[in-house]
Design a protein around this ligand. Structure first.
Ligand SMILES: [Zn+2]
Length: 128
């Protein structure tokens, strides 16, 4: 099942996170419409504001590989409980696929699935 595969890949990606400041590692696995899976992990910086979340790294990898429409993203964090994407990542995902699925996991391998439009019902746009 693709959800299980995405969760496994999100966890694997989490191992490559660079999080020496927070110690909070996050991995993401993004399924493109083509069937390709793009992974990402958070990358922190000594200048904290330059840190980039796992989800956005996965999106940027996909887009710069030529894929701009997505089915789902799974997110796995190193903390307790379900790890939800931040608002910035929701906006970046919505730029490309506002109706995609977002799968969040906890440390016990449970997951919840949401439609992105329910998590961010009013996206920012330039009104063009
Ligand atoms: Zn984020």
């Amino acid at each position: 099942m693709i959800i299980d595969e995405l969760i496994v890949k999100a966890k694997e990606a989490r191992d490559n996170a660079y999080a020496p400041y927070s110690g909070f590692k996050v991995g993401a696995a993004l399924l493109g419409k083509s069937g390709t899976i793009y992974t990402g992990a958070n990358v922190e910086n000594a200048s904290y504001g330059l840190t980039v979340c796992a989800e956005r790294i996965a999106v940027f990898k996909a887009v710069t590989s030529g894929e701009k429409k997505f089915e789902s993203i799974a997110i796995s964090g190193s903390g307790q409980g379900y790890i939800y994407p931040c608002g910035a990542c929701l906006q970046v995902l919505a730029e490309f696929s506002p109706e995609m699925n977002v799968i969040i996991t906890d440390e016990k391998n449970s997951y919840k699935e949401y439609n992105l439009s329910a998590m961010l019902p009013q996206i920012f746009s330039l009104g063009k």
